[in-house]
Design a protein around this ligand. Structure first.
Ligand SMILES: NC(=O)c1ccc[n+]([C@@H]2O[C@H](COP(=O)([O-])OP(=O)(O)OC[C@H]3O[C@@H](n4cnc5c(N)ncnc54)[C@H](OP(=O)(O)O)[C@@H]3O)[C@@H](O)[C@H]2O)c1
Length: 189
């Protein structure tokens, strides 16, 4: 689980999502049991809770779309006290001290609001917000975790068509639970 490299501007935006083998990130009913596949890959690595906690401490800020935010509230908050920015055009009641809401231009969000405060920024969904970030070339690294399951239907990884763009494979990790994490950095071309 190597950390993200900050780019020349001093900050790094990592898009991280978990996808099924057929490219879905959520089921139609939003249930998440598909993430517990029961698969075992003996040659894979496993991460202790302590190692995971140390890694999570390297993340300075999470960015998420409002639908992902709503789902995170329902599931049980997974972001601890790490700052979270929720992108939304709606008004929300203040729920947690670590959460702020942002409405407006996404390049301004990254370059003006986040970059001076945070170095390692994680964009964690959903499909719609990640699509916008990719369209605007605001993503420095893609970390895609592939779950060993076909879902057949659901919410597609990215919300619509994207321009062709090359990415450089940086790392591949196969986990004991059968999940594979693929890390790519943006190519300059
Ligand atoms: N498998 C995974 O790794 C993973 C990760 C994250 C999420 N998910 C799942 O994905 C689903 C949610 O994804 P989603 O694509 O439906 O929604 P989303 O991207 O989480 O949120 C979409 C909302 O974000 C706001 N938004 C997006 N772009 C904006 C912009 N440029 N300016 C202002 N607001 C903007 C809008 O909020 P308003 O409508 O409030 O204006 C929009 O409705 C959930 O089921 C969640 O559990 C899965």
């Amino acid at each position: 689980m190597p950390g993200s490299e900050a780019n020349a501007r001093g900050r790094s935006v990592t898009l991280h999502m978990v996808s099924s083998l057929d490219g879905f990130i959520a089921k139609k009913d939003n249930s998440v049991s598909w993430l517990d596949t029961g698969s075992v890959y003996e040659a894979g690595v496993s991460i202790s809770d302590e190692e995971a906690a140390i890694f999570l401490k390297t993340i300075d800020c999470y960015v998420l779309g409002s639908r992902t935010y709503e789902h995170a509230l329902q599931l049980g908050w997974p972001y601890g006290d790490t700052p979270v920015v929720v992108v939304t055009g709606r008004e929300w009641p203040a729920a947690r001290e670590s959460v702020e809401f942002y409405s407006g231009d996404l390049k301004t969000l990254v370059d003006v609001t986040l970059a001076p405060r945070y170095r390692n920024i994680w964009l964690v969904g959903g499909a719609m917000l990640c699509q916008r970030f990719l369209e605007l070339s605001l993503v420095d690294e893609i970390r895609l975790t592939i779950a060993p399951v076909l879902l057949g239907e659901g919410l597609r990884l990215f919300g619509g068509p994207l321009m062709e763009k090359r990415w450089n494979l940086k790392n591949v990790v196969g986990y004991k639970n059968g999940f594979v994490e693929l890390s790519y950095s943006a190519s300059s071309s």
